[in-house]
Design a protein around this ligand. Structure first.
Ligand SMILES: Cc1cc2nc3c(=O)[nH]c(=O)nc-3n(C[C@H](O)[C@H](O)[C@H](O)COP(=O)(O)OP(=O)(O)OC[C@H]3O[C@@H](n4cnc5c(N)ncnc54)[C@H](O)[C@@H]3O)c2cc1C
Length: 492
């Protein structure tokens, strides 16, 4: 009997230890990474809670809305569609005549993100190619080429065109009930008693909204006028050059197929990852440089030189033989978090809110997610008749905090950024030969922590690497699910 009580006592003690360990780890994870620790499974309950407004909106004047969304790129139509679905009188304003016609991007949509229930519908968009393979060329200065191919059992990414994607998405918002005004540029905000109450367009029209959702991208005038987007300085930015080459569908099938390619070679990039992404009858190339004092020098008088060198790599030249360059553009990506992304009556989403990971060329899913979350937060605020910063940001930040995909990517980006910025391009190329690209970013994040832990005899770092490896496991086996989802949706 005594033995039994003693064993039971030991068991209770052990339970207490485990409980304390879990609490402690949760606390530590949050402090260190700001991410949702793997022990927390909170998403389902709160994500499913949606407010559907009944009536009330009809009494508004013509130029008064529940929600005004500025920008029909990635975040805007997602926000407008969700707001309209939630019963809100919604207006979507876009400066282009055709949504997406001027939006620059590599445009490969991450399958893992689209598996999230909120984003399932996106797979119905016009898709150029279903990407099933990744290929990486590592070309050293002595021109040795190492080549990795990662075939996949299913679809990894959806290759899309922004003009097609953004136009389709805007139409989805319209079908859901949002009013859409194209060729309309927002030039100012209307602010009263510390609340953002509306916007002014280039034709002088004024539109009033209970909540304004800013989805106008990296340099949004709305966020700047509201004092939330700081003045950008010439650093902590990546300047990208993108080129589209028309080759014809058959040639692309032959030379690229459904495979995206990355190239690492000194002289074709500056701390970025040059890529070639196949579309139906064109391929898009992208490269660029991290803006620090070494980006521009005698050898590289401007950033276009990196693209020239990329196009002139013998292996690339051969693949593009017979092609015609149909566009050449520059785009800046800011690599800084926006400290405050909500004000009374205003929510910043997508790139306007700093939700982009320039290092990984990743931002479309973040824009979709934050657009949808802003609409949900607006609906709850409108239901409560409280459009204050506190009310809006409480729900908005909660939904973002619960999004595992976003937290995991941010973690990977921060670990890699630190490691990559401390290396020369030659070192980066060599380093990347040790890890397999694609999984490379992830394994690099894990390995660097692991190795540092061993070097410093710091068990905590090793434990963190191990925890992180476990944390990302669900995404390692995502392909067959995505393939199934894609086929089901497409056959509808
Ligand atoms: C070179 C490059 C490659 C990339 N590749 C990828 C990739 O492969 N995968 C990925 O996930 N992400 C990629 N990204 C990132 C991704 O493109 C962005 O994160 C995403 O487009 C952000 O969406 P958004 O809706 O916030 O802004 P945007 O897509 O920029 O949309 C903003 C919209 O607002 C409109 N607008 C702006 N100002 C006004 C105004 N005053 N009035 C009215 N309308 C206005 C614009 O016309 C535009 O339509 C890439 C980015 C770059 C630069």
């Amino acid at each position: 009997m005594f033995l039994f009580i003693y064993i039971f006592f030991l068991f209770l003690k052990k339970c207490k230890c485990i409980f304390e360990y879990v609490l402690d780890s949760v606390d530590k994870d949050l402090k260190k990474t700001g991410s949702v620790p793997k022990y927390c499974k909170t998403t389902e309950v709160s994500n499913n809670f949606e407010v559907h407004l009944q009536g009330g909106t009809n009494r508004m004047n013509e130029n008064e809305y529940d929600v005004i969304v500025v920008g029909a790129g990635c975040a805007g139509p997602a926000a407008a569609k969700k707001a309209a679905e939630l019963g809100l009188k919604t207006l979507l304003l876009e400066k282009s005549q055709v949504p997406g016609e001027k939006n620059v991007s590599g445009t490969c949509l991450n399958g893992a993100a689209l598996l999230e229930p909120d984003l399932n519908y996106i797979v119905e968009c016009p898709v150029e190619r279903t990407i099933r393979e990744m290929r990486t060329y590592h070309i050293n200065s002595d021109r040795t080429t190492v080549f990795h191919e990662i075939p996949s059992e299913g679809i990894l990414l959806l290759s899309v065109r922004r003009d097609h994607l953004d136009s389709w998405h805007t139409e989805e918002a319209r079908k859901a009930g949002a009013e859409v005004k194209l060729s309309t540029t927002v030039v100012d905000i209307i602010e009263e008693e510390d609340y953002i109450k509306g916007v002014v367009t280039d034709s002088g029209e004024k539109f009033y909204g209970k909540v304004i959702i800013d989805a106008a991208g990296v340099n949004s005038i709305v966020g700047r006028k509201a004092g939330l987007i700081p003045k950008r300085k010439g650093q902590n930015m990546i300047l990208y050059v993108t080129v589209a080459v028309k080759l014809g569908e058959e040639v692309i099938n032959e030379r690229f197929g459904d495979c995206i390619e990355y190239y690492l070679s000194p002289g074709i990039q500056y701390k970025t990852w040059p890529w070639i992404f196949p579309k139906k009858d064109t391929v898009t190339l992208g490269t660029g440089g991290y803006m620090d004092e070494n980006l521009i020098n005698d050898e590289f008088p401007n950033v276009n030189q990196y693209m020239e060198n990329f196009l002139n790599l013998p292996v690339v030249k051969k693949k593009l033989e017979g092609g015609e360059i149909v566009s050449w553009g520059l785009h800046l990506e800011y690599d800084e978090a926006i400290e405050r992304r909500v004000r009374n009556g205003l929510i910043l989403t997508g790139e306007a809110g700093g939700f982009v990971i320039p290092f990984l060329g990743e931002g479309m899913p973040e824009a979709f997610f934050t657009g949808i979350y802003a609409a949900k937060a607006a609906a709850e605020a409108i239901e409560a008749r409280d459009y204050s910063e506190a009310k809006l940001s409480e729900r908005y930040e909660e939904l973002i905090g619960e999004n595992f995909f976003m937290q995991a990517f941010r973690h990977i980006a921060s670990v890699n950024k630190e490691s990559i910025l401390s290396k020369t391009d030659e070192e980066i190329t060599q380093m990347m030969q040790q890890v397999i690209m694609g999984g490379g970013f992830i394994s690099n994040a894990i390995h660097s922590k692991w190795l540092k832990g061993v070097e410093e005899e710091n068990f905590e770092l090793i434990q963190e690497a191990y925890d992180f490896l476990e944390l990302i496991q669900p995404y390692a086996v995502v392909d067959p699910d995505f393939e199934r989802l894609y086929n089901e949706r497409k056959s509808k």
